[in-house]
Design a protein around this ligand. Structure first.
Ligand SMILES: Cc1ncc(COP(=O)(O)O)c(C=O)c1O
Length: 340
């Protein structure tokens, strides 16, 4: 099978597996695992923040970040289609106590006027007070869209000027960095905290990282313990993380090239609306076509190709380490055969 459902299906390379076997280990709840300490220092340095923390998943990284910022009833400004709003089981409310204040985006891009309207709404007794703004870059449902740095900066300024803080869900931040050529630290220079997934394009089997100030990370470490995320010899997770940060970032360009190839082919089908392909995700709207998303996935599955539904008329293909140019060419040929 050629599995294009998600970059979470990437498998660790032999070199990455070797890094696990050779890792120096200790008890990370006691903050004594040297490999975890090294990884947390490395990501903090790479993103220009004071400190980092290893967590088990992207969802846990976003959750402990929110727990560190929010009190029950605090407003959180979220773009409607972001992962935190749609795919994290409402943890932002049920555990962190945040109240979502939803903004409609354009493929994930929020209009600063909409965000400003929420942050500057005059105080009255009925109003939820916004305390946090969450951004997502690249934006998953936006088709791997790169949120421009100017937009991130403008939105962050609005939040900060009005007493709010900014968290960036950067599950695929390095895809944005590689595609734009802008260092990741520059992209996030004006946000307060960032979550990065190791287990997506970077090819690790498990793990995410969060970064922010020393004070924020201290709180997040305590909150990670609350949700059962204090892990012991976590160096076995950190070692592939170090390997990935040193060896797996530049190669994301190859995934982007493969996604472009798929996007170009899918655009040839007139009734398909292909979202602009900025990075490693291709999302296609089939509303104008006779085919539903399940029709497409059934037809492709018969040819040994897996894609995900993002809705009745929306399907997604994702490229990652392990999907080769040969695979992409096979998919392109199958598209010509079965999706005319
Ligand atoms: C944008 C974004 N944020 C967060 C996550 C959550 O990561 P995890 O699956 O590791 O919890 C994902 C997962 O797909 C994602 O796409």
């Amino acid at each position: 099978m050629i599995d294009l459902r998600s970059d979470t299906f990437s498998l660790p390379s032999k070199e990455m597996m070797d890094s696990i076997l050779n890792a120096q280990l200790g008890d990370d709840v006691w903050e004594e695992d040297p490999t975890v300490i090294e990884l947390e220092g490395l990501i903090a340095k790479m993103l220009g923040k004071e400190a980092g923390l290893l967590v088990s998943s992207g969802t846990q990284g976003n959750l402990v970040s929110h727990m560190s910022y929010l009190h029950r009833g605090d407003g959180v400004v979220l773009e409607k289609e972001c992962h935190i709003n749609l795919y994290e089981v409402g943890g932002i409310s049920q555990i962190s106590g945040g109240y979502p204040l939803i903004v409609n985006g354009d493929n994930g891009l929020m209009n600063p006027n909409d965000v400003e309207a929420i942050f500057t709404d005059p105080y009255n007794i009925h109003r939820v007070t916004p305390r946090l703004l969450c951004l997502e870059n690249t934006h998953n449902r936006g088709g791997g869209k790169i949120i421009p740095k100017e937009n991130i900066d403008t939105l962050s300024e609005i939040a900060h000027d009005n007493g709010g803080l900014v968290h960036l869900d950067g599950a695929r931040l390095f895809n944005a960095a590689v595609a734009t050529g802008m260092p990741a630290a520059k992209i996030v220079e004006n946000v307060d905290s960032v979550q990065i997934c190791l287990s997506k394009g970077l090819g690790c089997p498990i793990g995410s990282l969060i970064v922010g100030t020393e004070k924020f990370i201290h709180e997040a470490r305590r909150n990670r313990k609350v949700v059962g995320g204090g892990m012991r010899q976590a160096g076995i997770i950190a070692a592939p993380g170090i390997y990935a940060l040193n060896n797996m970032i530049d190669r994301l360009a190859e995934d982007h090239k493969h996604a472009q190839m798929l996007g170009e082919k899918l655009k040839e089908i007139e009734s398909f609306i292909v979202k602009p392909v900025d990075t490693n995700i291709v999302i296609v709207d089939t509303t104008e076509s006779q085919l539903s998303a399940s029709d497409v996935s059934d037809k492709l599955e018969k040819k040994g190709i897996l894609v995900t539904h993002m809705g009745d008329q929306l399907f997604r293909m994702v490229t990652y380490f392990g999907i080769t140019t040969e695979h992409v060419e096979t998919v392109i040929n199958s598209i010509s055969e079965v999706l005319k």
